[in-house]
Design a protein around this ligand. Structure first.
Ligand SMILES: Cc1cc2nc3c(=O)[nH]c(=O)nc-3n(C[C@H](O)[C@H](O)[C@H](O)COP(=O)(O)OP(=O)(O)OC[C@H]3O[C@@H](n4cnc5c(N)ncnc54)[C@H](O)[C@@H]3O)c2cc1C
Length: 203
């Protein structure tokens, strides 16, 4: 599927790894019922660095940027057109209202919260899902190779990805939290007993 979607821009062709070769690479993998694994190639992108780069470029081009500033509400003119926003500096608690010709809602999973500031009756369009990152020493995964289990025993998606040396990131994206109500922009420490969550291949 990846090769097909990538077309001519495909990095490398996918291939099958036998059971023995899979165990050779991932010696922590559960061996029983293991047939083998499929290897495919994907790009790696550091979104944190890209965001900083975007912000700095905007400053170079004359933009004024602000971090840790929360939109509390939107302001409107008599015709109901959005004219700006009331904002809060989350460090100092200062609030102020600014006017603008356009307000762009780029709040990801919090999109509906901003949309409801405009129209409290608007139907929600986002179904949030919660993921958990665990950072492990690099030696848990082979060089230049990660692992994805798209359907763990409890219906989650699990990634195990090499990140910057010397760490790997073990990531489980939950199914049971899809109806989660996002109350805060700060990460919530889940009380999920991770040691009880098994992946279908025994990690
Ligand atoms: C655990 C996890 C793993 C993921 N892994 C991958 C992956 O491997 N590959 C991939 O392509 N995608 C992945 N995603 C999805 C990807 O992170 C999101 O699709 C992407 O970050 C969305 O970008 P965004 O800019 O729309 O929103 P976000 O990156 O969520 O940014 C929204 C911003 O809006 C801010 N905000 C919210 N409310 C307000 C407010 N009232 N006022 C001001 N600011 C506000 C938030 O603080 C946040 O900074 C993953 C997501 C999660 C949770």
């Amino acid at each position: 599927m990846y090769d097909f979607l990538a077309g001519k821009q495909n990095m490398e062709t996918s291939y099958f790894l036998s059971q023995g070769k899979t165990i050779e690479r991932w010696n922590a993998i559960r061996k029983d019922n293991l047939v083998g694994s499929l290897v495919y190639y994907d790009g790696l992108h550091n979104d944190a660095r890209m965001n900083v780069s975007l912000a700095l470029t905007a400053v170079l081009e004359g933009a004024v940027i602000a971090n840790h500033v929360e939109v509390l509400s939107l302001t409107k003119d008599v015709n109901g057109k959005i004219t700006g926003a009331t904002m809060k500096d989350t460090f100092t608690g200062d609030t102020w209202t600014t006017s603008s010709t356009a307000v762009i809602n780029a709040t990801g999973p919090f999109t509906d919260r901003i949309r409801k500031m405009d129209d409290p009756n608007t139907p929600e369009i986002v179904a949030p899902s919660l993921g958990t990152h665990i950072i492990l020493p690099k030696y848990y995964s082979p060089d230049h190779m990660g692992l994805i289990d798209p359907n763990t025993e409890d219906g989650r998606v699990m990634f195990f990805l090499p990140w910057y040396y010397p760490i790997s990131i073990f990531l489980m994206i939950g199914k049971e939290t899809q109806s989660l109500e996002l109350q805060t922009t700060q990460p919530i420490s889940p009380t999920i007993p991770l040691q009880q969550k098994k992946t279908s291949n025994g990690f």
